[in-house]
Write a protein that binds this ligand. Structure first.
Ligand SMILES: [Zn+2]
Length: 421
C-alpha cells in the first residue's frame, strides 16, 4: 500500500449468513400414510428449492474450485522470501516473471498483444522502469464478452535497506496471492464467465501508483467497457494491530447496487466486512486510484495499516492466513457474480450517508478505545473517540445518518487516522 503523509481509516459490518429454504404447503390430510407421503414430498420440494436457491444465489460457484490455503500460502511465502529481494529492482523483475508464469500455466491468454508483459519505460534513460503483468479469460456470452471485470494487485515493494530487506508479505504478497487464487478458481471452473475477466499484477505501486497509472494510460482494452475493478492491498493483518476480526472495502458507495453482490459473496465468511466511503482515506492509497479518477466502479479491500507496515517485520510467518483466505473467497464470489449477472450497477459517484458505515466506524472505534493503552491514545483523542462513539450510538438507535452527521463522522475518523493509526 502506498504511503500517505496523512493517514487512513476503515471499518466494519456484519453479514448474517443464512440460506432461506422455501417450505412446501402443509399436508391437507390427517391419515398417517398420506402425511408421510406428503412429508416425503415436502422434503423433496425443500431439497429442490434449496438447490435452486443455492444455484441462483451462487451462480457457477458450485462448479468452481475454491481458493486453497496451501496454494495461497505458497504464493505469499515465495514472493516474501529473501530470494525476491523485497521485490524491487531485480526482485521486482523476478516477481513479474513469477506472476506471468503462474497466469500462463493456468491457460489464460495474453492481453498486451501476444505478450503477458507491459513494459513501463523509463523516460530518463530510455530503459525499462517496471513491468505490469496481464492475462485474460474471454467471456462466453456474445452480448457481454466485450465488457470487463478487472482483478489487480501490486507485486512490488520497498526492496532492501543495507543488509536487510522488506519482505512485504502483507504489502502486498497477500493481495497477489488473492489475485492468483481467484484466477485459478475461474480458469479451472467448468462454467466459464459470461463477461471477460482481466487479471493484473501491477509494478511500481509504492512509487506513486505508477504501474496502474501507466496501465490506464496505455490500456489494451477499452476502459469504458470496464464494469468493475477490484484490488486488494494488505489483507492479512489487523488495523492498528488490534482490529483482528475486520476487513474493509472502499468504493461500494460509488456504485450503490454493488452492495447486493458484496452481501451475497460475504455470507458465511468468518470475517467482519466494513463498507466504508473512500473519502475517509483522503488520498488514494492503492491501485484503485487511477480507475476511480476515470469513474470506473471499484472495490478496494484492505485490513489496514498495522505495526508491521513498511517494516522488515512484515514477514510471511506472521500473517493471518485464515483471514486473508476468507477475503480471497469473498473477492472470488464478487468477481464470479459480477462476471455473470445480467446487469451491473453503474458509477454513481455520490457518497450517500450509510447506516452500515456508521455501524462499522462505531465498532472499530470501540476496539480502538478498548486498546487505547497499547495504541498510546492520549486523553484528548480519547475524548474525541468517546463523544463520537456516543453520537454514533444515537445514530444507530435512530436508524439513519444525516449528511451533516456523516461529515462529522468523516472528520472524527480522519483525526483518528492522523493521530492513532
Ligand atoms: Zn506499501
Amino acid at each position: 500500500m502506498a504511503r500517505d503523509s496523512e493517514r487512513c481509516v476503515r471499518s466494519i459490518r456484519f453479514f448474517p449468513s443464512r440460506v432461506t429454504i422455501a417450505r412446501g404447503s402443509p399436508d391437507p390430510h390427517n391419515r398417517r400414510a398420506a402425511r408421510i407421503a406428503a412429508t416425503a414430498m415436502d422434503i423433496r420440494k425443500i431439497a429442490i428449492v434449496a438447490t435452486l436457491t443455492i444455484a441462483w444465489a451462487v451462480p457457477a460457484l458450485a462448479a468452481a474450485p475454491a481458493p486453497e490455503m496451501g496454494r495461497y500460502k505458497g504464493h505469499v511465502a515465495t514472493l516474501a522470501s529473501a530470494e525476491f529481494g523485497g521485490r524491487r529492482g531485480a526482485g521486482a523483475v523476478k516477481a513479474a516473471a513469477y506472476v506471468e508464469r503462474e497466469l500462463k500455466q493456468l491457460g489464460l491468454q495474453p492481453v498486451f498483444g501476444t505478450s503477458y508483459v507491459q513494459e513501463i519505460p523509463n523516460s530518463n534513460t530510455g530503459g525499462v522502469l517496471g513491468r505490469n503483468i496481464g492475462a485474460k479469460i474471454v467471456g462466453t456470452d456474445p452480448k457481454l464478452r466485450d465488457e470487463w471485470i478487472l482483478v489487480g494487485a501490486h507485486f512490488d515493494h520497498l526492496g532492501r535497506a543495507g543488509t536487510t530487506y522488506f519482505p512485504g508479505a502483507d504489502d502486498n504478497a497477500s493481495g497477489v496471492g488473492m489475485m492468483l487464487e481467484v484466477a485459478r478458481c475461474l480458469a479451472q471452473s467448468d462454467v466459464k464467465p459470461r463477461r471477460s475477466i482481466l487479471f493484473l499484477g501491477f509494478d511500481l505501486e509504492e512509487d506513486g501508483l505508477w504501474g496502474s497509472r501507466y496501465f490506464v494510460e496505455h490500456s489494451p482494452i477499452a476502459l469504458d467497457r470496464v464494469k468493475l475493478f477490484v484490488t486488494a492491498d494488505m489483507i492479512g493483518r489487523a488495523l492498528g494491530g488490534v482490529c483482528k476480526d475486520f476487513v474493509f472495502a472502499f468504493g461500494a458507495e460509488t456504485s450503490p447496487g454493488m452492495k447486493v453482490i458484496i452481501d451475497q459473496a460475504s455470507q458465511g465468511q468468518p470475517v467482519n466486512l466494513g463498507l466504508i466511503g473512500n473519502d475517509l482515506l483522503m488520498v488514494d492509497r492503492s491501485d484503485y486510484g487511477p480507475f476511480r479518477r476515470l469513474s470506473i466502479p471499484y472495490l478496494f479491500f484492505s485490513t489496514g495499516e498495522n505495526p508491521h507496515y513498511h517494516r522488515p517485520s512484515d514477514r510471511s510467518d506472521t500473517l493471518d492466513y485464515d483471514k486473508a483466505l476468507a477475503v480471497t473467497r469473498i473477492i472470488h464470489g464478487i468477481i464470479r457474480r459480477a462476471a455473470d449477472s445480467d446487469h451491473l450497477p453503474p458509477w454513481n459517484g455520490k457518497t450517500e450517508p450509510s447506516l452500515d458505515e456508521a455501524i462499522a466506524v462505531r465498532d472499530v472505534m470501540k476496539v480502538l478505545l478498548a486498546n487505547r493503552e497499547q495504541l498510546e491514545i492520549g486523553p484528548a483523542v480519547t475524548l474525541v473517540l468517546r463523544s463520537t462513539l456516543a453520537k454514533l450510538e444515537g445514530i444507530v438507535i435512530r436508524g439513519m445518518v444525516t449528511p451533516a452527521e456523516r461529515s462529522q463522522l468523516v472528520r472524527a475518523a480522519r483525526v483518528l487516522m492522523m493521530t492513532v493509526l
